[in-house]
Design a protein. Structure first.
Ligand code: AMP
Length: 113
C-alpha cells in the first residue's frame, strides 16, 4: 500500500498545521477550509475507507469521535454546534484514501448533499 497524504503528514514528509497528535491519531487544519473551523481527525493506522474497518478498529473510531468532541469544547463551539463528517469512496465525496473525520464549525451549516 502506498503512503496516503495523511501518512506522509504523520511522517513529516509533507507539511501541515498540526493541532493535536498522540500515539493513535492526528488532528490537522484542512488545507481548503469550508468553515471558519475545519479540522481533520485521522488515525495513524492507514485505513483506506470506512468499508475496511473491522471490530479491532472500534477503539480508534471511538477515539476519533471523542477527540473531535473534546476539541469542539476546547474551541468553545460545542454549545453553538458543529458537524462531524466521514466520507466514503467517490459518491460519498472521499478524495483522500485514508479514513478521516471532518470537524466543521464557526458558521451556520446547511444540509447539503
Ligand atoms: P475528503 O474529500 O472527505 O476525502 O476530505 C479530504 C480533505 O483533505 C479535503 O477537505 C482536503 O481539503 C483535505 N486535504 C487534502 N490534502 C491536504 C493537506 N495536505 N493538508 C491538509 N488538508 C488536506
Amino acid at each position: 500500500m502506498h503512503d496516503s497524504i495523511f501518512t506522509k503528514i504523520i511522517k513529516r514528509e509533507i507539511p501541515a498545521e498540526i493541532v493535536f497528535e498522540d500515539a493513535d491519531l492526528m488532528v490537522i487544519k484542512d488545507i481548503n477550509p469550508l468553515a471558519p473551523i475545519h479540522l481533520l481527525i485521522f488515525p495513524k493506522k492507514q485505513i483506506t475507507t470506512l468499508n475496511d474497518l473491522t471490530i479491532e478498529d472500534s477503539n480508534i473510531i471511538s477515539k476519533i469521535i471523542l477527540t473531535a468532541t473534546k476539541i469542539a469544547k476546547e474551541l468553545k463551539v460545542d454549545e453553538k454546534g458543529y458537524r462531524l463528517i466521514m466520507n466514503c469512496n467517490s459518491d460519498g465525496g472521499q478524495t483522500v484514501p485514508h479514513i478521516h473525520c471532518h470537524l466543521l464549525a464557526g458558521r451556520k451549516l446547511k444540509l447539503e448533499a
